[in-house]
Design a protein around this ligand. Structure first.
Ligand SMILES: [Zn+2]
Length: 468
């Protein structure tokens, strides 16, 4: 199946064929994570935890259920999420006095507690995060990892003394994303969302979007500056150095299992998934090439190689199943293992192993001695190739246009914008595409840049794309 031509079918098949999820669970939008997929997700989570620890965020874990009374405190937030909420109205045989909801996101679970925790300026900044499942009653067609009703969610929530300190947090979030995206080999575009599309309750939202092989963008995550929009209704105040009670400023940063969906979607090919070594559940698979009379010897050498690579910290698997090598090759290519190591009598005698590189699409001889070090270098090269390839696809998809009529499907258009909401809506209505937002960091337009709708002076650029 050609990936570009039939992306949706390709994607829907591959996530199951490769053993990431089982979609047969009898609740729509809720899949079962299979061991191989869950391992990949856990490796992504580990990268997130590494970044959170590096930047001194503390991991917390809040309850899943939120009382309606707490949810009801921030009006815009309710308006934004109300239609997506799952309710728990009964417990046993009793109707609950106060209905409970399954968290769609955790502001309304955390902030009543933050108001107890934050007392003095010495308690700030408060930097927390959690990796939990959230629930949203999605009405569009669901898609594994990309549009789910039960979501594997990362959310960082912070409190600060003032707006400037919260802005510093957002700068730190952007730097975290830079590291993290490089590891996943997923490039992204940073934009400040237009006001009509910001997160419910946010002062502003920065969207992180990447482009999928469909030519549509997919939001990977988002970062929100709340100012005191939540601190006021949730009464998160602290005593400043002057002894006054003032409201804390807050930010959040959210991402999800979509990260895994984009890795699958962006890097895969006709043969299947291609995992970057950074998050590959199996980085190298050893396939012994057995022929009559040497089975035991080859297996013994294969096991030795496995032990050696394991000791070097490589996630290695020895495929000792009773199948023909050709079958195993296809199977591991489908599952996206970055490196296949073939070892047979000729290799043992020659003091090497044959390495088939999934990313480079070539075979190279690796010296048996010091194989681990050489393999790690191949992994590095693979990371770089995947990153550069995905980056050039994103860069090449961006086209500067002067008039919104010139918008082409499958591209991300960059156009001058006067800043008027009406012009934004005209673009969206006419093209069927969405305004992703204005560039972050801000980018000045050259003199004479005109709004792509009304022709007035355009102080900023906007990005326009069809989205998933
Ligand atoms: Zn305009």
């Amino acid at each position: 199946m050609r990936k570009e031509e039939e992306f949706n079918d390709w994607y829907n098949n591959i996530v199951e064929e490769a053993g990431l999820v089982d979609k047969r669970y009898p609740v729509k939008g809720m899949n079962v994570w299979l061991p191989y997929g869950w391992k990949a997700m856990r490796l992504i989570d580990a990268l997130i935890r590494r970044e959170m620890e590096r930047t001194e965020h503390d991991e917390v874990c809040f309850p899943l259920l939120i009382p309606k009374t707490e949810f009801d405190k921030e009006a815009e937030h309710i308006a934004g999420f109300g239609a997506e909420v799952y309710w728990v109205t009964h417990a046993g045989n009793n109707e609950l006095d106060v209905p409970l909801l399954l968290r769609p996101t955790s502001e309304t679970a955390m902030y009543p507690m933050f108001s107890l925790w934050v007392r003095s300026h010495t308690d700030l900044p408060l930097k927390t995060f959690q990796l939990v499942n959230t629930f949203r009653y999605e009405t569009k067609q669901t898609k594994a990892f990309i549009r789910m009703r039960e979501i594997h969610f990362f959310e960082a929530h912070t409190c600060h003394v003032d707006f400037e300190d919260a802005e510093r947090q957002i700068a730190e979030d952007l730097e975290i994303m830079k590291h993290f995206a490089k590891d996943l080999c997923i490039p992204y575009l940073l934009t400040k969302r237009p006001d009509w599309d910001k997160f419910a309750g946010a002062y502003y939202t920065v969207g992180l979007d990447t482009i999928m092989p469909t030519g549509r963008t997919l939001q990977l995550g988002s970062i929100h500056q709340y100012k005191t929009n939540f601190a006021v209704p949730y009464n998160i105040t602290y005593e400043n150095e002057g002894g006054e009670q003032v409201h804390a400023h807050q930010t959040t940063y959210g991402m999800s299992e979509r990260l895994l969906g984009t890795v699958v979607g962006i890097h895969g090919d006709e043969k299947g998934i291609i995992f970057p070594p950074s998050i590959a559940p199996i980085q190298a698979v050893i396939v012994p090439i057995l022929s009559k009379g040497n089975q035991e010897h080859v297996m013994e050498e294969a096991r030795k190689l496995e032990e050696e690579l394991k000791a070097e910290g490589i996630r290695v698997h020895l495929d000792d199943r009773d199948f023909r090598p050709g079958y195993k090759y296809n199977d591991w290519e489908l599952r996206g293992v970055p490196l296949r190591l073939e070892i047979g009598m000729r290799d043992i005698e020659g003091g090497h192993v044959m390495a088939a590189c999934r990313v480079q699409g070539k075979k190279i001889l690796v010296k048996r001695e010091g194989a681990g070090e050489q393999i790690k270098l191949i992994f590095q090269e693979q990371q770089e190739i995947l990153w550069q390839k995905a980056r050039s696809i994103l860069e090449e998809s961006i086209r500067t246009i002067e008039d919104y009529n010139q918008y082409e499907e499958g591209t991300i258009a960059k156009a001058g914008w006067c800043g008027e909401e009406e012009c934004g809506h005209t673009i969206e209505d006419f093209t069927g595409a969405a305004i992703l937002g204005t560039p972050v960091p801000e980018e000045e337009t050259p003199e004479g840049t005109r709004c792509c709708v009304c022709g007035a002076h355009a102080p900023s650029w906007i990005y326009i794309a069809k989205t998933h």
